[in-house]
Ligand binder design. Sequence first.
Ligand code: ATP
Length: 513
Amino acid sequence: MEKREDKLKEVISHAKEYGYVFPSSEIYDGLAATYDYGQLGAELKKNIKDYWWTAMVQMHEEIVGIDAAIFMHPKTWKASGHVDAFNDPLIDNKDSKKRYRADVLVEEFIEKYRDKIKKEVEKGRKRFGADFDEVQFLATNPNVKRSQEKIDDLEDRLSKILGADDLEGLKAMIEELNIVCPISGTSNWTDVRQFNLMFATELGSVAGDASTIYLRPETAQGIFVNFLNVQKSGRMKIPFGIAQIGKAFRNEIVARQFIFRMREFEQMEMQYFVRPGEELTWYEYWKDKRIKWHKALGLGEEYYRYHDHIKLAHYANAAADIEFDFPMGYKELEGIHSRTDFDLRKHEEFSGKKMQFFDPELNKNYIPYVIETSVGLDRMFLAVLSASLKNETLEDGSERAVLSLPPALAPYKVAVMPLTRKDGLPEKAREIMNELKFEFNCQYDEKDSPGKRYRRQDAIGTPYCVMVDHQTLEDNTVTIRDRDTMLQDRVKVDELHSIIEGKVSLKNLLKLG
Ligand code: ATP
């Protein structure tokens, strides 16, 4: 099996080679943890956004979408608690001078025990073959049980330490577990300090505290401050949701791992306003709904798992992550949070404006409770890209790199090719493409041998290739080649639209979600 670090490297270089993702301002040697999306990356990103927006807004009568500004009144961030509490605990290794998130060091240590369990399960499966019962094995195998006890104990202790903001306790735990810096290999650590993650800048030309504003660290607050505007102008009734896609900025301490953790990134968030007391039912509803949305992509169920938060954020009464098996292991892809009435209540307090809803059925006013679903667009991009990139050895022994993207997300849906560059074939191919391009993003490709052209389309993830040959001129048929099976069919030009539509339509995914 391929090593995980190699897989990430492979994804990064494939993304660059084919125009998906470039290091930002590369001619100046790049800027740490900042990336640009290239010509194909921009298409994939747009398709992911469309999938999310259609599933969340178009498919739900009670959810509407907005597009709020990145800059917000500075009081917003006082009210939300970000000025005082949006901190990460950081620690430096004195020998390597590298900086880490102290809580993540412990979490990664715990993850090693999870890997041990995974290995035991693999061994068990090999040993018992078809008779293997995973549930029973997990409950009875002594090595697994020992690892699980260790995980439970460490998670419990970490949760208490983080809950109490006990920075000394966190350092003591790192020392006790003998966690070393992966670069220097030493445990020569500084004390743990808190670090605020918001980027601050000045508004206008006046310097000083009064004009300090922040780049938003989450899109959610743009939704909360507009709660009343949307509710009133849209005549919304509880329960209802407000969705938004937009940029967010965090001065992350450790921003590595490609587009997984960046300082500028994009979020797709939805806040669902419900009656107080009903929030945990809606929380379960959205947990289930969101994982179905992910799984509908068909990347494989085994890529996803839930992870309940061990430290609840200052605003939450329940929270879980949907984790994805990235090349670096299982990591957070989406957060689902029951945020109580924390945000609206705080905005009411700080603005002096009522943030309440009059519920005609209950005949009373209240501040709604909120369930939030928040997924990183860039992390979705990395999830889709890394799970889709495959190297296959074909029957004739040759190799192909194929990006088996969910067809609805692929940048190009179809490549149209003339077999040769003469005999009127290019003209016919263009004529076919000119019809298809009203509905599908198409690429025209006439350079190199057909085999090479197919490989190129495989590598960028195009689901279909249409080849125009001499027979096309006689009977108006073409061959259509499927990226995944590599099989070719001869079909009528008139059928192309419905064949392609059947495979690439978002509808296929939305029906499953
Ligand atoms: P993490 O623990 O990985 O820092 P978080 O819990 O702080 O993430 P949330 O505040 O819940 O993240 O943000 C919601 C979503 O936004 C995350 O699930 C993730 O997909 C995305 N996200 C957060 N920070 C970043 C980042 N620095 N780069 C890219 N995406 C991010």
